[in-house]
Design a protein around this ligand. Structure first.
Ligand SMILES: C[S@@+](CC[C@H](N)C(=O)[O-])C[C@H]1O[C@@H](n2cnc3c(N)ncnc32)[C@H](O)[C@@H]1O
Ligand SMILES: Nc1nc2[nH]cc(C(=O)O)c2c(=O)[nH]1
Ligand code: SF4
Ligand SMILES: [Mg+2]
Length: 210
């Protein structure tokens, strides 16, 4: 059984695949925060910008089998060129639920498969694009992938500590908060001084996409 908060079509807003049309499949639930505001300050991840609680969003629900998830993805992808099918599994934390059976079924249906993960759970085989976004002092168990995308500034987090891991690209993404402008300037300044890092702007928020 797979629980999704919402499943919708949009353009990837962040990181190295920004601009690409994808089905976004947002799993319900996370291992670093309950999703309840009253728990936020005490959570292992305190700055989340996402509602991942429950199954009440667009096309949300419980899907018993991989084939049911594929049907939902295909319905959202619609009639556009099937050779371009792409999905981003996000959440919440997708690796709590994304298992080899689901990856196999989604791959067989022709999708390029990306995940957005906090990196605390090792990813199964078969994912085409792994984006790890580390959270404070939570230990990384997924230490390789296509991109590491650090939301920054985060208290007590030095970006340099992640360069020892095995990612193809390294991004700093300004933390969306009431200090957004200062956070963006801090990322700009850091990237100017540390050329291994690129800035990831949350472009969907700038243009009114979900
Ligand atoms: C909502 S998370 C879901 C996937 C996974 N749990 C994770 O944390 O990577 C999706 C992406 O949004 C980023 N994100 C969450 N809150 C943010 C914020 N306030 N500002 C900027 N990026 C944020 C996360 O770091 C992650 O890269
Ligand atoms: N357009 C768009 N791009 C995104 N990239 C990562 C997102 C996420 O919440 O995982 C996200 C999202 O929520 N919307
Ligand atoms: S780990 Fe991801 S989904 Fe979970 S609270 Fe943090 S940003 Fe949100
Ligand atoms: Mg988002």
């Amino acid at each position: 059984m797979y629980s999704f908060k919402e499943i919708f079509l949009t353009l990837q807003g962040e990181g190295g695949q920004a601009g690409r049309v994808n089905v976004f499949a947002r799993f319900a639930g996370c291992n670093l925060w309950s999703g309840r505001e009253q728990d936020r300050a005490m959570a292992a991840c305190t700055f989340c910008d996402t509602d991942f609680v429950g199954i009440d969003g667009e096309n949300g629900g419980k899907f018993p089998k991989p084939v049911d998830v594929v049907a939902a993805l295909d319905a959202v992808w619609g009639m556009a060129d099937p050779s371009q099918k792409a999905v981003v599994f996000t959440g919440g934390e997708p690796l709590l639920q994304l298992d080899p059976a689901l990856i196999e079924a989604v791959k067989a249906a022709g999708y390029f498969i990306a995940v957005e993960t906090n990196g605390t759970i090792k990813a199964p085989e078969g994912i085409d694009w792994i984006c790890v976004s580390p959270k404070a002092d939570n230990r990384l168990h997924q230490t390789f992938g296509q991109e590491l995308k650090l939301v920054w500034p985060q208290a007590e987090v030095d970006p340099a500590e992640f360069l020892a891991f095995d990612f193809e690209r390294y991004y700093l993404q300004p933390m969306d908060s009431d200090r957004q402008a200062a956070n963006t300037q801090a990322v700009i300044d850091y990237c100017l001084q540390h050329p291994q890092w690129r800035m990831s702007v949350q472009t969907h928020k700038l243009v009114g996409l979900k």
